[in-house]
Write a protein that binds this ligand. Sequence first.
Ligand SMILES: NC(=O)c1ccc[n+]([C@@H]2O[C@H](COP(=O)([O-])OP(=O)(O)OC[C@H]3O[C@@H](n4cnc5c(N)ncnc54)[C@H](O)[C@@H]3O)[C@@H](O)[C@H]2O)c1
Length: 496
Amino acid sequence: MSTIGVLGAGTWGIALARMLTNCGHDVVVWSAIESEIDELSNTRKHKNLPGMEIPQETKFTKSIEEVCSGKDILLFAVPSVFVRSAARKSNPYVRANQIIVDVAIGIEPETLLTLTQVIQDELDNPVHLVTLSGPTHAQEVARDVPTMIVSACTDLEIARRVQDLFMNSCLRVYTNPDVEGVELCGAVKNIIELSTGIAAGLGCGDNMKAALITRGMAEVSRLGKAMGCYEQTFSGLAGMGELIVTATSEHSRNNRCGKLIGQGIKPEEAVKQIGMVVEGINALPAILQLAERYHVSMPITEAVDEIVNGEQSPKDVMAELMSREKRSEISTTVNYEHALLQKGRETGMKRVITYGTYDLLHYGHINLLRRAKALGDYLIVVLSSDEFNWKEKHKKTYFTYEQRKQLLESIRYVDLVIPETNWQQKRTDMHEYHIDTFVMGDDWKGKFDFLKEEGVGVVYLPRTPEISSSQMKKDLHDADQGESKITHDDIDTDPQ
Ligand SMILES: NC(=O)c1ccc[n+]([C@@H]2O[C@H](COP(=O)([O-])OP(=O)(O)OC[C@H]3O[C@@H](n4cnc5c(N)ncnc54)[C@H](O)[C@@H]3O)[C@@H](O)[C@H]2O)c1
């Protein structure tokens, strides 16, 4: 038996509290709304879970100290907008290494933090954070209808402990190390679900519902991939699973809210009629900011935002979506990539990868790319995104990511250019792109030897000594000041 404190007495918190009590755990539920605690403990019923009885053994409290102190697990089950305030209130009572399971879904708009990151942000002690997400309607879990869910934690040992604790004959739990991917899926699926509701409200049928689910999945996968999440997460329970359940079910409040909006009811009024949190609307600002940050196209999300913010009518937005510029379902890069991958498998094609900013492209860059390509048959350049440069490397490039990408793509040694968005992606890139050799200039000598653990060769190529983007910037600046020391005769342009 474990001791569990549940923060939040909405439909999901109560459905899980009931289930965990029935599994023999010692469960106490807290809510910020005191009248709710009185009603639940007196009636043993929840107004949005008809027919469900809360066991007598489930305890209720109005004290945040009581719900947090001495528990094996704290379960955060408040709507996303209250996660920060609930975490702040709990801070004095949360011990170091506490396991906290978050079931709320969303990304905080101002900070773009996922909700587990928001919780840690408010706590003084370091804790183990797990997100629990998947195709789960509280109404079904409240009736012991078989359900599957994902326990995601970067520490798989902790994910497994939560798996053991929540797993029972009605709930099957899978583990996943990709916490950010799972949380992102949850936030975006609520928006896609709003879109399927809006389409239904406009009179569209199953065809459009399936199309929005599929294209919505493409949107979240694009964003997740750019953010460095695992691709498998998006085809898993928290990704495809959640999207299917929420976008097709009448239980789903985002779907129902979208339907009302599609029928012409104002968004604020639709939310009022639903009477519970509509997380898809809450998630819109953050997801749009992330799409902009990672240069990812998310037309369905943008369309929902225009409708929810009253910029366009659902009917006009639908007409616009249908008449967007014609395009292929498969991007040309993927086709090319796929063909080469196949060819690589048959012929043993050698793949080389290198990373850099490539601002103010110069012949030193070309020398390096030519030598890198000579080490194999296919060269991938991972180009740091503007956001990554600014946030992590604290530098601003002269050319934007798109401009630098265009320049690189026109070089005959370069076969593919992809974005670098975080420091961690190098390890996963080695596997995702089936890399044989990792190449960098010798100014990085030794710094990337750890990639040998991923089974790739690591090569540091000599740099062309007299040229660099920073040197160019300096020389141009000096020239501007009338102090130029370098002429083109000083520069060795011999490609060898
Ligand atoms: N209901 C489901 O089927 C389900 C399934 C999976 C995930 N989730 C997620 O779980 C989260 C909670 O969902 P829900 O269905 O329980 O929502 P809900 O609308 O039923 O929750 C309302 C509850 O929020 C709490 N609350 C209200 N004001 C608060 C405040 N100021 N501070 C702290 N708490 C406050 C109260 O306990 C209230 O009952 C959401 O993020 C939701 O997306 C829900």
